[in-house]
Design a protein around this ligand. Structure first.
Ligand code: ZN
Length: 259
């Protein structure tokens, strides 16, 4: 039984023991729990824009950086290279054995070196992923505690193109996880998550509503040509997301408290 009430009256329905390629064992539990205790209401709402350098940019100006796991990622990359090279070599040797009709041809499994590389690669990948997930858990729990209404962009329509650039593909995966966690935590703890259409959120001035068109990604700050307000690109987008969320809420007959 935990202090926060989530694990009170928990019944274990099923458990599974997993052996991961890292050589670690995991115990996974399927449990039946009573409804978690709701977080107390704060009368605060927020719009959140997601980015690459900063994972979450809030309409109130707060920015939460993307998780940086560069050490483990670098290690994973190095071992990935070793793994690919060693595996390739081993495959050639096995093929050679076969072609030369060696009496006792060696199998892929009889070479320990590439398997060692595979394990190391998996270990560092898992470390980086675990750290990132942990960070996202802490951040989303914090946000759900702080705000009653959270407006985010609908990721389905946001540009989630396949990208080979590492930072971008990690960002895509993080956004999805971030969004999923916000979704179920809002539901568990009695808060509200609203997904809004991301269209024009980075083009419109959040002060006067003037649409000054698309701006290249490297433009981080701009001044509205109509009302002369100076904007931080991401914060302006987050404010627009909050406005859209607010409109959507009142459309559902639920008034949003103005801050
Ligand atoms: Zn303006």
């Amino acid at each position: 039984t935990s202090k926060n009430g989530v694990l009170q009256n928990t019944k274990i329905k099923r458990y599974t023991v997993l052996l991961e390629p890292t050589g670690k064992y995991y115990l996974s539990l399927q449990v039946e729990i009573s409804e978690p205790e709701k977080y107390s209401l704060t009368d605060k709402q927020v719009g959140i824009d997601v980015g690459v350098a900063d994972l979450a940019i809030l309409s109130n100006g707060l920015k939460y950086p993307s998780f940086n796991s560069s050490y483990f990622e670098k290690k994973a990359k190095i071992w990935q290279k070793k793994y690919s090279r060693r595996r390739h070599l081993v495959k050639l040797l096995v093929l050679q054995n076969k072609n030369k009709r060696v009496l006792c041809p060696r199998s892929l499994e009889s070479f320990a070196n590439w398997q060692k590389a595979q394990k190391s690669k998996a270990k560092y990948q898992a470390k980086a992923a675990n750290q990132r997930r942990d960070y996202l858990h802490k951040l989303t729990t914090h946000l759900v505690k702080q705000y009653d209404v959270i407006a985010t962009e609908d990721l389905k329509t946001k540009n989630l193109q396949k990208n080979h650039h590492l930072a971008k593909s990690i960002a895509n995966a993080s956004w999805r996880m971030f969004r999923q966690m916000l979704e179920y935590k809002c539901e568990w703890y009695g808060k509200k998550l609203i997904a809004v259409d991301p269209k024009n959120t980075s083009r419109i001035c959040s002060k006067c509503g003037y649409n000054s068109g698309a701006k290249p990604l490297e433009i981080r700050e701009w001044t509205c040509s109509k009302c002369q307000t100076k904007h931080d690109r991401d914060i302006n987008a987050a404010v627009n997301i909050l406005h859209k969320g607010s409109t959507k809420l009142s459309g559902q007959g639920l008034a949003m408290v103005t801050s």
